[in-house]
Write a protein that binds this ligand. Structure first.
Ligand SMILES: Cc1cc2nc3c(=O)[nH]c(=O)nc-3n(C[C@H](O)[C@H](O)[C@H](O)COP(=O)(O)O)c2cc1C
Length: 174
């Protein structure tokens, strides 16, 4: 059942240090890329970071003492937003759907990982300039998110904390 997977996916903040095996990582990344996007433009590049480069990246997601748990993360995926190519005739800002597309591919990545028993945490706080320098990311590309990936040191999932559904779901009128 999909809901079981949605409940299983959680932001993991305690890892055992093991990296995600490369082939499994590729499988998870390919699954994430099945995500929908406006005009199927796929305005993303998912940059997987492993080994020594992951060690170098680690402090870049730990600015101001944040994300200390990343000390034991050995695999990261840097989610980059690239130029969207919308269909002829679609007027307005070409990038206006790109952040949504990037959000969806990130969601797919975390769910695909959870499905394979791999834990994740989406990280929104990071030193973008340093990451771009480390990974040779072109100037016109925006790093939107970093996803920490690995294996949880403890078994089991937390109870989900969410607003009451009456606040977030409506029928017929506001
Ligand atoms: C855009 C975004 C940025 C986030 N940034 C961080 C972060 O920097 N550090 C962190 O520990 N969690 C981060 N999170 C995780 C959220 O805190 C988490 O998704 C939320 O509390 C719900 O918990 P759950 O993911 O376990 O269901 C981020 C999540 C999103 C979607």
């Amino acid at each position: 059942m999909f809901k079981e997977l949605a409940l299983k996916r959680e932001s993991c903040r305690g890892y055992d240090g093991r990296p995600v095996p490369h082939e499994l990582l590729q499988e998870i990344l390919e699954t994430a890329c099945l995500s929908p996007s406006a005009c199927n433009s796929q305005p993303w590049r998912l940059l997987a970071v492993e080994g020594e480069t992951a060690e170098k990246l680690r402090p870049m997601v730990q600015a101001a003492g944040l994300n200390r748990f990343a000390d034991k993360v050995s695999t990261f995926v840097v989610i980059c937003e690239t130029k969207a190519s919308l269909k002829e005739g679609v007027s307005g800002d070409r990038q206006r759907f790109a952040q949504m597309d990037v959000g969806m591919v990130t969601m797919m990545l975390t769910l695909a990982a959870a499905d394979q028993g791999v834990s994740t945490c989406i990280l929104g706080c990071f030193r973008e300039n340093k990451i771009k320098e480390l990974l040779n990311i072109p100037e016109d590309v925006v790093v939107r998110l970093v996803v920490a990936m690995g294996y949880a040191e403890k078994e089991g999932v937390r109870k989900k904390v969410r607003k009451p559904y009456s606040e977030t779901i409506g029928y017929q009128s506001w």
